[in-house]
Design a protein around this ligand. Structure first.
Ligand SMILES: Cc1ncc(COP(=O)(O)O)c(C=O)c1O
Length: 391
C-alpha cells in the first residue's frame, strides 16, 4: 500500500511503542496508588508531562493529558468560554468558518448555550482575514479559537498575528480575551512554541504525530480561566478527571519528542516530495488544480481538485491500485457534502466535489510519489467517465 493519508492518522512510532510497552504489561499501576507500581505510573506521567512541556516551550503544570484532539478542543473552548461568562466577562466568541468539525461543532454548541459566535471567513488560499478578525473583536469577546494549520488544504493561519491583536485589544480595555489554537496538524511539521504563538490554549492529538490513538494534549497557559469538562477525581491538576491513560501518555511524549527533534530534515524532504507530486499531477492530468496556499502551508499536505470528477470515485480507483488518499467531502445523511473549507474558500462546487487530499508522512518515499504520478491520469480518466455516467 502507498499510504498518503497521514493527516487522518499514521502508524505508531517505534519509540512510542517502546515507551508504552511497560504500562501495557507489568507496570499497570494506577498513578493514584501509593504503593510502588502506583508511584512508578505517576512518575511516568510526570516525566511525560515534563517532556511534552519541553517540546512546546511550556511549563509541566500547563500540560493536561486528554483523550485526543477533539476532547482538547472541546475542553478548551467550552471550559474557557464558560469560566469567562461565569466571571461576568462576556459571552461572545470568535472562531473561523474553516475549523475542523471538532472546533466548528463546539462553536455551534456554544451558540446553543447562549453564546454569540462570529465565524471569520478566509480568502481563496484558505487564509483567514486578520482585518475581519480585528473588526469582530468587541467588549464582550471572551474567547477566540483559530486553527494553526488547516487539515484539508494545509494553509497555515496567522495565529501569532491574531495573538498580538487580541493582546493589544485586551490591554487597551483592561479586559481579557483568551486565544485557543487547534494545532492538531502541526506537530512534526511546523515549529510549535506556546510563547512565540502567544496563545493561551493549544490542542494536539497524539496519533497525528506518531503517538497512539485516543490520546491528546491540551496546553493551558498558567492562570487561564478554565472550568473542567470531565468531572470526577482530581487527576490532571483538577482539569480532567479520570484514571490516566498511562501508556497513551508515555507514548504521546515519546512520539512528540521524536516529531519535534527531526522537524528540519523531515519538512525539507517531504516538502520536496509534495512539490514533485503536485507538479507531476498538474503536468499529466487535465482538469487538475491545486487548492490552498502554496507558500505558507503544511509541507506534507496537498489538496487537488479534479474537475468533472466525484472525488469518491477517484479515491476508490486509487484504493484498487493500492493507494490510500482522502476525499475532501464529508458524508452526512448518506449524501456527500462538499467540504465546508473549500466552500469558504470560494472554490466552485464542481471543483470542490472533485477534491482529493494527499498527505505525506515521514515514511513516504520518492518511488511511491513517482508511482502515484504514473497512476493518477488513468484513474482520473476512469473516475471522470464513472462520474459522467452518473449524471
Ligand atoms: C485540525 C484537526 N483538528 C481536530 C482533529 C480531531 O482530532 P481527533 O480525531 O484525533 O480527536 C483533527 C483530526 O483530523 C484535525 O485534523
Amino acid at each position: 500500500m502507498i499510504y498518503l493519508d497521514y493527516a487522518a492518522t499514521g502508524p505508531l512510532n517505534a519509540r512510542a511503542r517502546d515507551a508504552m510497552a511497560p504500562y501495557l504489561g507489568g507496570a499497570f499501576g494506577n498513578p493514584s496508588g501509593l504503593y510502588r507500581i502506583g508511584r512508578e505510573a505517576q512518575a511516568a506521567v510526570d516525566q511525560a508531562r515534563a517532556t511534552v512541556a519541553g517540546c512546546i516551550g511550556a511549563r509541566p503544570t500547563e500540560i493536561v493529558f486528554t483523550s485526543g484532539g477533539t476532547e482538547s478542543i472541546n475542553a478548551a473552548c467550552l471550559g474557557i468560554a464558560y469560566a469567562m461568562r461565569r466571571a461576568g466577562s462576556g459571552n461572545h466568541v470568535i472562531t473561523t468558518a474553516i475549523e475542523h468539525h471538532a472546533g466548528l461543532h463546539v462553536a455551534q454548541f456554544l451558540e446553543e448555550l447562549g453564546f454569540e459566535v462570529t465565524y471569520i471567513g478566509c480568502d481563496g488560499s484558505g487564509r483567514i482575514s486578520v482585518d475581519e478578525f480585528e473588526a469582530a473583536l468587541r467588549p464582550e469577546t471572551v474567547l477566540a479559537s483559530v486553527m494553526l494549520a488547516n487539515n484539508e488544504v494545509g494553509t497555515v493561519q496567522p495565529v501569532a498575528e491574531i495573538a498580538r491583536l487580541v493582546r493589544e485589544y485586551a490591554s487597551q480595555r483592561q479586559h481579557r480575551v483568551l486565544l485557543h489554537t487547534d494545532a492538531v496538524q502541526a506537530p512534526g511539521w511546523l515549529p510549535l512554541d506556546a510563547d512565540t504563538l502567544g496563545v493561551d490554549a493549544l490542542s494536539m492529538s497524539s496519533h497525528k504525530f506518531g503517538g497512539p490513538k485516543g490520546s491528546g494534549v491540551l496546553y493551558l497557559r498558567r492562570a487561564t480561566p478554565f472550568r473542567q469538562l470531565i468531572h470526577g477525581g482530581g487527576q490532571e491538576m483538577q482539569k480532567r478527571a479520570g484514571t490516566e491513560n498511562v501508556a497513551g501518555i508515555a507514548g504521546t511524549a515519546a512520539a512528540l519528542e521524536f516529531a519535534v527533534a527531526g522537524i528540519s530534515e523531515r519538512t525539507a524532504r517531504v516538502r520536496r516530495l509534495r512539490e514533485r507530486l503536485r507538479d507531476g499531477i498538474l503536468a499529466t492530468t487535465p482538469g487538475a488544480a491545486v487548492n490552498g496556499c502554496q507558500v505558507d502551508c503544511l509541507p506534507n499536505n496537498l489538496n487537488i481538485s479534479f474537475e468533472g470528477i466525484e472525488s469518491e470515485a477517484l479515491v476508490a480507483g486509487l484504493d484498487r491500485r493500492g493507494i490510500a488518499a482522502s476525499s475532501g467531502s464529508a458524508c452526512s445523511n448518506s449524501t456527500w457534502e462538499p467540504s465546508h473549507v473549500l466552500m469558504a474558500m470560494g472554490v466552485p462546487i464542481r471543483r470542490a466535489v472533485g477534491s482529493v487530499r494527499f498527505s505525506l508522512g515521514e515514511a513516504t518515499t520518492e518511488a511511491e510519489i513517482e508511482e502515484v504520478i504514473q497512476v493518477i491520469p488513468g484513474e482520473a480518466l476512469q473516475a471522470r467517465a464513472a462520474s459522467l455516467a452518473l449524471t
